[in-house]
Every structure is written in structure tokens, then in C-alpha cells.
Design a protein around this ligand. Structure first.
Ligand code: SF4
Length: 92
């Protein structure tokens, strides 16, 4: 089952550790809060994803199944987050 990174925006306090450990899927906004690439974590990146989740000092980072509705991008996610969505194979 493919997974993606989710951030609990209430728990997150912008430490930025996650972006340092997992820049392949996480970057920081101007205030230091994570912007997560909504694409799933590929198997070759899973070790880094798990490390970022384990090292978050606020336990604000989680791995969730892509098929889990809670793991899908939400309308309230930052626009930059949605801009990282790749079109599905074969076009939109
Ligand atoms: S490491 Fe945790 S608390 Fe810090 S920015 Fe990332 S998700 Fe937020």
C-alpha cells in the first residue's frame, strides 16, 4: 500500500527538522512550516520518510495510506501543496 506524508498543522511548531531529513517530499514555507508534496512516498524513499516521522519533535508528521481519505490533500492545504500534484498517467 502506497503511503504519503501528512502533517498535523496543530501539533507542528515549524522546527523544520522534517524538511532537512526528507527534502525529497518536504520543503518549508516562508514561516518554516512544512509544505508536503502530496505524491505518495515511493519505496526507495520510505526509509527517509520514516526517519522524518520518527524525528519530528512534535510528533506532527505521519505516514498515511494514499487511499485513506484522511491522507488526501484537503482544500485547506496551501496552494503550493496542490501545485506539486502531478497529472495522472495518460493525462488529466
Ligand atoms: S519537524 Fe515536525 S514540528 Fe518541525 S516543521 Fe516538521 S512537522 Fe512541523
Amino acid at each position: 500500500m502506497r503511503q504519503r506524508i501528512r502533517v498535523d498543522p496543530i501539533a507542528c511548531k515549524a522546527h523544520g527538522v522534517c524538511a532537512e531529513l526528507f527534502p525529497e517530499r518536504i520543503r518549508l514555507d516562508d514561516w518554516g512550516y512544512p509544505i508536503v508534496d502530496p505524491r505518495g512516498v515511493t519505496p526507495d524513499l520510505m526509509k527517509l520518510a520514516r526517519l522524518a516521522v520518527a524525528e519530528c519533535p512534535r510528533t506532527a508528521l505521519h505516514l498515511a495510506d494514499v487511499d485513506d481519505p484522511a491522507a488526501r490533500p484537503k482544500p485547506e492545504d496551501p496552494p503550493d501543496d496542490l501545485a506539486l500534484v502531478s497529472p495522472p498517467p495518460g493525462g488529466a
